[in-house]
Design a protein around this ligand. Structure first.
Ligand SMILES: [Zn+2]
Length: 285
């Protein structure tokens, strides 16, 4: 009885925290972030543009989006950016509700870069040969409609595979690709911020979105308002921002759904760390 009450109390607590953080990770707040970027001294480039034009002097900022769950959330973000004249890079997984050509067509029509968010080692349970074949198939599906020049790995915290390990046996060039953000960007040159784990803080809940321990942000921002301040300030020349559109909802129900999913994922990640430590295995730390 007591345990049940405690559990219910904790659930209510999570919900309250969720409602409070709704004030931060919303589409309106994302629009504020984009407005700050637009008004700042940063030149906004897609991943492809950055790689094709490098080296580039001056202030620059890359907005990268990993579309993991629902393409409709990506479309909301894409419209916000388009209204402000910002072009970003969107990486789409090849799976239901994400690979939706009607939606991706509209995002592409705004001039955003469309990229491939691959997870082929996960899908083939670690078989590198099959993973490379599947990579070719899925990339070809996307290329039927879009000019794909960059691909970015999807990091599923609940699997033991590191999807980018396919590149130990193959070159990006083999698929006509010019870059992979985890391999092709020099993060010692960038301040890197990610909303993974529903926080901008560098080290929390980010097992597979971590670049490496030496590349954690030297500057920490605790919320989106802080990030806006940092961009307006313009003290750091190169910034890369990764967001997951599913986290930036336009209504509370949608927001709380993904908030609770994130809670479950983060609990799962902690469990993975503990089990990994007990077994003497490191999961991509
Ligand atoms: Zn992803």
């Amino acid at each position: 009885m007591l345990a049940e009450s405690i559990l219910r109390f904790r659930e209510m607590g999570c919900l309250v925290v969720g409602v409070l953080s709704f004030l931060d990770f919303t589409l309106d707040q994302y629009a504020r972030l984009c407005s700050a970027v637009k008004a700042s001294k940063y030149q906004v480039l897609t991943v492809r543009e950055f790689l094709e034009r490098a080296p580039i002097e001056g202030h620059l900022l890359i907005m990268r989006h990993d579309v993991d769950e629902d393409a409709r959330n990506a479309l909301d973000m894409a419209r916000v950016e388009h209204d402000l004249g910002i072009r970003a890079t969107y990486y789409f997984r090849v799976r239901k509700r994400v690979f939706v050509p009607a939606i991706i067509d509209e995002i592409a029509s705004y001039g955003h870069e469309i990229g491939y968010h691959y997870e082929t080692l996960d899908k083939t349970r670690g078989n590198v040969e099959e993973a490379l074949s599947l990579f070719a198939v899925e990339l070809a599906m996307l290329r039927e409609r879009y000019d794909i020049k960059t691909a970015c790995m999807h990091g599923n915290p609940l699997t033991k595979y590191d999807n980018k390990k396919i590149w130990e046996n193959c070159e990006l060039d083999h698929f006509g690709l010019i870059g992979e953000p985890y391999l092709s960007l020099d993060y010692s040159q960038f301040l890197y911020f990610s909303d993974s784990g529903r926080t901008w803080l560098g080290d929390k809940n980010k097992i597979k979105d971590r670049i490496s321990s030496i590349n954690l942000p030297t500057v920490q921002v605790k919320d989106t308002g802080d990030l806006i301040g940092l961009i307006t300030d313009g003290r750091h020349k190169k910034i890369c921002i990764l967001t997951h559109p599913k986290r930036w909802s336009k209504n509370l129900i949608n927001y709380l759904t993904y908030y609770m999913i994130d809670l479950a994922y983060n609990a799962g990640k902690k469990l993975i760390l503990v089990v990994g430590w007990m077994l003497g295995v490191t999961f991509l730390l």
